[in-house]
Write a protein that binds this ligand. Structure first.
Ligand code: FUB
Ligand code: ZN
Length: 788
């Protein structure tokens, strides 16, 4: 197993930056660049968020929108003011969370210097106005005690009585909103920040070591929020003032298994309560809960020096990345419980919730902060460019909650549980604050993410440094940095050299890891390559220009053989961008498109998709677009993992090889076993001598089984002058609870050769039935039928 080396930078005293004052064990601190100016690719993404997506979310949450979640807070304010609420509570108990994570996204959006981008400036102005309108509504919904949760106040339920109501989850987002708003206003507006402190103080007064209460956190998130609050309070109000919030977080994290034990009937593993956090080693349970929980573990290691939690977070990171990470960076494969699956269980129809990627992104920040090596940044880059960026549509008016790698589903404007809607942009905006990090002694400045951004970094070898990064990344591997320290300063400038095989699950062909060139002021410079960074140490002065280049060929990505779903398959990546083959660009049905190593791909500029993207085209005509741009042109299948070796590529055997098979004319055919013997060439089953009738074949699994894909090789013996042909049509139905059947897929164009494959929204069922209409005058048959 491949395990990435962890950094060796020494832990030392806190770096006095805004966001970092509480840190005591951090190797590096992310650099928050005030009023950063962002250009190029990321400016386009941010403009889409600011001018389209966030306004869309606001519309949905206000009166007349799809969710109207803001109205719950309006009504809570009315109740707290002694008035009759204008509406009844609507939505999930945690619906305040989307209001808060959208507000946090707005704060981050307002930190960007719009420069001369008029549209961006106008979009920001509208968001600022909306924020001012919402702040009083939110503040009015907070009880004088600091408690805030509209579901409880409108339903008049006792506080902290049912962990499933997500009070901690909601308050976590509330606190993070306050911290972000305070930072955006440069500490001038404390309204939401003080409200966050009141909320945290209330929690701190109720919960903690005995004689205070201990309670199971029904959905982690609060713990990391408390760490971030601790950082902000320490920075704003004095070192040490915020530490008690971090200690409260530690109490929750270290006590989750104890509290979990008090909640009989809860699935402990799902809730990260099956064992002490310090003993965890397998990323497991609900993926959003888990990644939020693990983020806090890692954060507490740096904030409070809790090295046991840190060691456990490292083991879990290894588990999540080296055994459970999709090539798109998505995690949480299982549709059952929105959870991490087992090792190597990475079906391409897997769940990959957007919020789980947000959680992973926060976790990588904390892992990087402690170890200072590039591994977590490589992980973060993958999930940001592929899973997260792809969750919002090109027009910024719809999104994905789930992000499977093999799907036909287009994005939707809203969701019954829109937990991801503000979480996605707040995570994407965070990238502007993650471009650089600084070692805690201020002697090494790390360039972590590549985007055109300019701003100021304080405390670099004791000096202020203006730095302008320019790049066409993710489309080219060339990045220039113009440095202007206020006075000549001796420090190491360390630039990440991306590793595309940051997960032991994947190999790249060609592998260009560690290949790079650095020039300083136009001359080739010596750089030490260590911990994933090319490091140049010298005395820097204003006007110095550093250029980093690294190759970005189209890479064939292959997956560990233990991942059943990707056997005999290949995916394509260029730079950080993973590609998806869409049916709309390819004549051959995707399931039959074989991309053996003889097919060579070249990038080309596709101007008519997502404001222009580099797509790739094979010399056999196959075309793929960036996964983040997929399915913006209507329904039609989009797949990341394509067949490379048809003999090896198969469906997951377990599901159908064990199924018992029956068919409509049960008395006639012994050859039925040929259908699920895993060999399309070995025999066949047919309905002969029946002609033109309606028939069926059925798989019974013996237990509820999740399926999302089916493929059939039909038996056609025209060439032998036989009587079987491709069916006139077919439907696929899943058995429902009461024994009735529900159609989940049906035939499209007849597939005369090879696999007739279809994907559908995953269903849990005990049986599947394939209804076949035999063609006029003929019979039909099946060589192989596989489902997954
Ligand atoms: O439970 C709150 C959020 O709703 C979770 O994070 C998501 O997975 C969704 O279930
Ligand atoms: Zn979500």
């Amino acid at each position: 197993m491949k395990t990435k080396a962890l950094g060796t930078l020494a832990a030392c005293a806190a770096f006095a930056a805004f966001a970092a004052a509480a840190a005591s064990g951090a190797a590096v601190e992310p650099v928050v660049m005030r009023d950063a100016k962002v250009d190029g690719f990321w400016r386009d993404q941010y403009r889409r968020m600011i001018c389209r997506w966030i306004p869309h979310c606001i519309r949905q949450m206000e009166a007349g929108g799809a969710g109207e979640e803001l109205l719950n807070l309006v009504a809570t304010g009315e109740v707290l003011a002694g008035r009759t609420p204008s509406v009844k509570f609507k939505g999930c108990p945690w619906s305040d969370a989307y209001v808060y994570n959208t507000m946090e996204a707005i704060s981050l959006a307002l930190e960007i210097d719009p420069g001369d981008d008029f549209a961006l400036a106008q979009g920001q102005q509208a968001l600022r106005a909306k924020m001012e309108e919402w702040i009083p509504i939110i503040l009015a919904a907070q009880e004088p005690s600091g408690y805030i949760h509209s579901f409880h106040d409108l339903r008049r339920q006792p506080h902290f009585s049912r962990a499933g109501d997500h009070e901690f989850y909601v308050m976590g987002y509330f606190i993070e909103m306050g911290v972000a708003h305070f930072r955006m206003t440069k500490g001038k507006d404390r309204r939401l920040f003080d409200a966050a402190i009141r909320c945290a103080d209330h929690l701190d007064s109720v919960f903690g070591p005995a004689p205070k209460r201990t309670w199971l956190n029904g959905h982690p998130g609060l713990e990391y929020a408390l760490c971030r609050l601790a950082d902000a309070v320490n920075a704003a109000d004095g070192a040490g003032k915020g530490d008690r919030y971090a200690r409260l977080a530690q109490h929750f994290i270290r006590g989750q298994h104890v509290a979990g034990g008090n909640n009989a009937g809860w699935n402990a593993a799902y809730h990260q309560a099956e064992r002490p956090a310090t003993e965890m080693k397998d990323a497991t349970g609900h993926a959003v809960r888990a990644t939020y929980f693990y983020t806090a573990m890692s954060a507490l290691a740096s904030r409070l020096g809790d090295s046991e939690l840190g060691a456990a977070a490292d083991r879990l990171f290894d588990s999540a990345i080296n055994r459970k990470e999709y090539l798109t960076g998505g995690v949480g494969a299982s549709w059952r419980g929105e959870a991490f699956g087992g090792d190597y269980e990475l079906a391409n129809t897997g769940y990959c919730e957007s919020c789980a990627s947000c959680g992973m992104s926060f976790w990588t920040v904390e892992q990087h902060r402690r170890h200072g090596d590039s591994w977590p940044v490589d992980v973060q880059e993958r999930l940001v460019y592929n899973n997260l960026l792809g969750s919002i549509s090109e027009d910024g008016r719809s999104f994905y909650y789930q992000n499977p790698l093999d799907s036909s589903k287009v994005r939707y404007p809203w969701h019954g549980c829109p937990c991801c809607v503000g979480n996605i942009p707040r995570t994407l905006f965070a990238l502007k604050d993650l471009a650089y990090s600084l070692s805690s002694d201020g002697r090494t400045l790390f360039a972590d993410h590549f985007l055109s951004i300019q701003g100021r970094v304080d405390g670099v070898a004791g000096a202020r440094l203006w730095i302008r990064q320019r790049t066409d990344y993710p489309w080219t591997g060339r990045v220039t940095f113009a440095l202007a320290p206020e006075k000549p300063a001796a420090f190491t400038f360390a630039m990440r050299v991306p590793d595309r095989t940051e997960s032991a699950l994947y190999t790249a062909d060609p592998d260009v890891g560690g290949v790079f060139t650095v020039t300083v002021n136009g001359k080739k410079a010596r750089a030490e390559f260590r911990g994933g960074y090319a490091r140049v140490e010298r005395t820097w002065k204003a006007g110095d220009v550093v250029e980093l280049t690294f190759p970005m060929p189209v890479q064939r990505m292959r997956c560990d053989g233990r991942v059943e779903a990707n056997k005999g398959r290949v995916a394509f990546q260029r730079g950080p961008v993973v590609y998806s083959f869409e049916q709309v660009d390819n004549k051959t049905p995707l399931a039959r498109l074989v991309l053996d190593p003889g097919v060579t791909f070249q990038p080309f500029w596709k101007a008519d998709l997502c404001d222009g993207v580099f797509a790739i085209r094979g010399d056999n005509g196959a075309v793929a677009v960036p996964n983040f741009a997929r399915l913006n042109r209507g329904e039609g299948r989009a797949m990341v993992w394509m067949v490379e070796d048809a003999a090896k590529a198969g469906f997951h055997k377990g599901v159908f090889a064990k199924a018992s098979v029956s068919f409509s004319r049960g008395e006639m055919k012994p050859k039925v076993s040929a259908i699920n013997d895993m060999d399309a060439k070995n025999g066949n089953f047919d309905f002969w001598p029946h002609l033109a009738t309606s028939e069926w074949i059925r798989y019974d699994f013996g237990k509820d089984t999740e399926v999302a894909k089916s493929a059939v090789v039909w038996f056609d013996d025209k060439a032998q002058k036989g009587n079987c042909r491709i069916p006139a049509s077919w439907t696929l139905s899943a058995m429902q609870g009461g024994g009735s059947w529900k159609v989940v897929a049906e035939s499209r164009a007849p597939v005369t050769n090879g696999w007739d494959e279809v994907s559908f929204a995953p269903v849990k069922t005990r049986a599947l039935r394939l209804d076949v209409q035999l063609p006029a005058g003929f019979s039909a048959g099946v060589r192989e039928w596989k489902v997954e």
